[in-house]
Design a protein. Structure first.
Length: 389
């Protein structure tokens, strides 16, 4: 898992995903022949806003003599255009947005249980998965980023068993996660395999109402792996390109980033729970999307696969992020990479609303962006130090 990659990453990851996926269907990033539901929603919003008497009245005022507030709004719209946002995105930012939301659990009517999966899930879990299915509109099998409610339902029993029985996850601070709109969860990363992200997905889904789907940002290296890349997409995860990140925030989604990138999983046992340098792209996008940033501490991930030594020259030669030496790897072969059954604790901190203090224009100030990234890193480190025993 990683933070956002450069724009060139889009082309670099395109080729592995070009062929139809064999596990969960075709490539989720392939261009759809049907109209894009995201674009259709924005078109509908634009038409509805254009017909609104309030918007027409504002338009007449701008034509006659813009007020100071309107001039400020126009300047913000110009700034968005400089960021290469489509004109309909500008209109949506000026006059409000329609988020992708899920219904409250009390409003969910469950169909009769059928099949093995339904028998493995209790009523509350089925209700959560039914609510999350509303993120896919109409009769489409998955959304434009590849999320499939059926794939999520099939994978849920396995990961929920890991959550409850293997990692025995405890968590707190769920009420600090905004109930709707764009949000960025920023946390520490560790453990070789991304079970920290998987535990966050289950934890947030089970402890928010209406349920929210965590869209973890996947490193482009993982996004290039056949089979695995399709699985990630089907359960709602996205490759960390700037385009994906910006569109998901515009859609009001909940994103999880690990700003340490692969440096987080390379930490040796001597440096566990010591945060590495944060990348800054998530700050830029959070400012532009007016999204709060919620720091998250994952206690347990650095203990699930303790690294004694990282053979970096061999990792570079093989083209992989890390070649670890652990108490069980390579001595037990691939089984040595399996995580230890450590106890997990996930803590969500107070939202950091930098967009309210600095505004979206601050995303163009590189020094301020770096400073804010360091502040987020400090907030995550304080959470870790306070709750790590």
């Amino acid at each position: 898992m990683s933070e956002i990659e450069s724009p060139q990453a889009v082309e670099e990851i395109a080729s592995p995903l070009a062929a139809p996926g064999r596990t969960l269907g075709r490539d989720p990033f392939d261009d759809l022949a049907d109209p894009d539901p995201f674009e259709e929603r924005l078109d509908q919003l634009e038409a509805r806003r254009a017909d609104s008497p309030i918007v027409q009245h504002r338009a007449r005022k701008v034509t006659a003599e813009p007020s100071l507030a309107t001039k400020s709004t126009i300047r913000r719209a110009a700034a968005h255009r400089e960021d290469d946002l489509p004109s309909r995105d500008n209109l949506t930012r000026l006059f409000g947005r329609r988020w992708s939301t899920t219904p409250p659990l009390a409003e969910i009517e469950l169909p009769p249980a059928k099949g093995l999966i339904d028998r493995l899930l209790n009523t509350d879990e089925r209700r959560v998965l039914t609510a999350l299915a509303h993120l896919v509109e109409g009769d489409a099998p998955y959304d434009r980023f590849g999320y499939s409610p059926e794939a999520m339902k099939a994978a849920f029993p396995f990961f929920h068993a890991l959550y409850r029985l293997y990692f025995r996850v405890r968590s707190e601070g769920h009420k600090r996660i905004p109930g709707e709109g764009p949000v960025v969860l920023a946390g520490n990363h560790g453990g070789l395999l991304p079970f920290d992200a998987a535990m966050a997905i289950i934890d947030v889904a089970l402890n928010t109402d209406p349920p929210r789907l965590v869209r973890a940002v996947v490193d482009r290296w993982a996004g290039s792996l056949p089979w695995i890349n399709i699985f990630y997409a089907r359960v709602g995860q996205v490759v960390g390109t700037r385009e994906n990140f910006a569109k998901l925030l515009d859609d009001g989604q909940l994103l999880l980033v690990f700003p340490e990138g692969v440096e987080g999983i390379r930490k040796t046992i001597a440096h566990r729970y010591r945060l590495q340098k944060f990348r800054v792209g998530f700050i830029e996008h959070a400012l532009r999307a007016r999204a709060p940033i919620v720091p998250v501490a994952f206690i347990g991930s650095d203990d699930q696969s303790p690294i004694l030594f990282d053979i970096k020259p061999l990792a570079r030669r093989l083209g992989v992020p890390v070649v670890p030496i652990t108490p069980t790897f390579p001595w037990f072969g691939p089984l040595g990479l399996l995580p230890y059954p450590v106890s997990y604790r996930i803590v969500y901190g107070e939202p950091l609303r930098y967009h309210e203090r600095f505004g979206p224009e601050a995303a163009n100030d590189s020094r301020l962006v770096r400073y804010l990234a360091n502040q987020v890193r400090r907030s995550v480190q304080l959470l870790i130090d306070r709750h790590h025993q």
